[in-house]
Write a protein that binds this ligand. Structure first.
Ligand code: SF4
Length: 355
């Protein structure tokens, strides 16, 4: 069918995406390149409607603990990469992690997200000890781990210890760009890790950065196609934000408009996915959290890392470091969500993809 009229074509593609939860790659490319502001509003209303039909207007809250900012890797966009000598490095002890989880549990959290750099100190036996101790004190909680690339065996041990979910952004499916940004790593091993996590039945999170180094529409479509094929239970997508101590310090940040477009497309391609409104979105736009929820996001991850360490976990400049370490902050978050028309849900909030 040849569709000549632009607005007719964009509405046709948006509705096809809504009904079939997929488009051909050339259709996605056309839509991203041509979508008008008016049609975006329509797209966003349908992606929000899709989130409502699966998760209603509930927004899941996860307690984020950034437990180490040591990292052996070289990711060129990241403020805590191994080569940045201006970072004050820290590790939170097992006891402190357990105490933080216990405080978060008292506030009502049922999911703890343990995020860190690729820190060789946290060997398998240490991770297993931490995970099983958290599970012992909080048997009904969900534990999400995000500590980068590890072996199949290592992931297996963490799964057996009680970890439920694992976040590992694929970063970009552009092989050359991946290599440029990660000199000593390669995209193949990243993908292998994600496949291993899926094999081990982790609820798996992948994702990418919007606006990374002259990203083109075909790059976005490659990322979207990868997500559609992998079927991750969670997708983390936020704008690239430069960090003053990295090689990418002078590159332009990703913009809110493209970020919202990507979030909306992901919700429609993967209706049941858990989709966080990331801190990076709120960093580039003061109204970013609401805008992200309005296009279909349904998770937020308030930071419960002890305040002293929180300011040292700077992946990018001007990162928002407010958190939810007190009941007062939680009440504020609940009220904020309610004022937008959403309900704060502190249950485990498992992905419906696995149910
Ligand atoms: S993005 Fe992750 S793996 Fe890469 S340098 Fe930063 S913390 Fe390390």
């Amino acid at each position: 069918m040849i569709l000549k009229n632009k607005s007719f074509k964009e509405n046709y593609l948006i509705e096809k995406l809504f009904l079939k939860n997929d488009l051909d790659d050339d259709e996605l490319i056309w839509l991203i390149d041509n979508i008008s502001e008016e049609a975006k509003k329509y797209l966003f209303s349908l992606s929000r409607k899709t989130a409502d039909s699966v998760y209603s207007n509930r927004v899941y809250l996860r307690a984020l603990i950034e437990f180490t900012n040591y990292c052996k890797r070289e990711c060129m966009y990241c403020g805590i990469n191994h080569y940045n000598k201006n970072v004050k490095r820290y590790r939170i002890s097992k006891e402190e992690i357990l105490l933080t989880c216990s405080k978060a549990s008292d506030l009502g959290f049922k999911t703890f997200v343990l995020q860190g750099g690729e820190d060789p100190y946290f060997k398998d036996e240490i991770m297993v000890d931490i995970i099983s101790s958290i599970k012992k004190s909080n048997p009904n909680c969900a534990i999400t781990i995000s500590v980068g690339e590890r072996s199949f065996e290592s992931y297996k041990l963490m799964k057996m210890a009680g970890a439920d979910r694992y976040l590992l952004r694929h970063e970009t499916m552009n092989k050359d760009l991946y290599k440029l940004l990660h000199k000593f790593s390669n995209l193949e091993s990243r993908i292998e890790c994600l496949k291993n996590l899926k094999k081990l039945k982790f609820q798996t999170g992948a994702g990418f950065m919007v606006g990374l180094l002259n990203y083109k529409t075909c790059d976005y479509v490659r990322d979207l196609r990868f997500l559609k094929t992998l079927k991750p239970e969670m997708v983390g997508v936020g704008p690239f934000i430069s960090h003053k101590d990295t090689f990418l310090r002078n590159f332009k940040n990703g913009d809110i408009s493209t970020t919202l477009l990507m979030l909306s497309l992901i919700r429609l391609l993967l209706p049941k996915v858990l989709l966080p409104a990331t801190t990076a979105v709120s960093t580039i736009d003061p109204n970013g959290r609401k805008r992200a929820l309005d296009v279909g996001c349904n998770v937020i991850m308030p930071n419960v890392t002890p305040c002293i360490q929180r300011k040292e976990y700077n992946l990018y400049d001007n990162k928002k470091i407010t958190g939810a370490e007190s009941a007062f902050e939680i009440e504020k978050i609940k009220k904020e969500l309610e004022s937008y028309g959403y309900i704060c849900d502190m249950s485990r909030g498992d992905s419906k993809m696995t149910i």
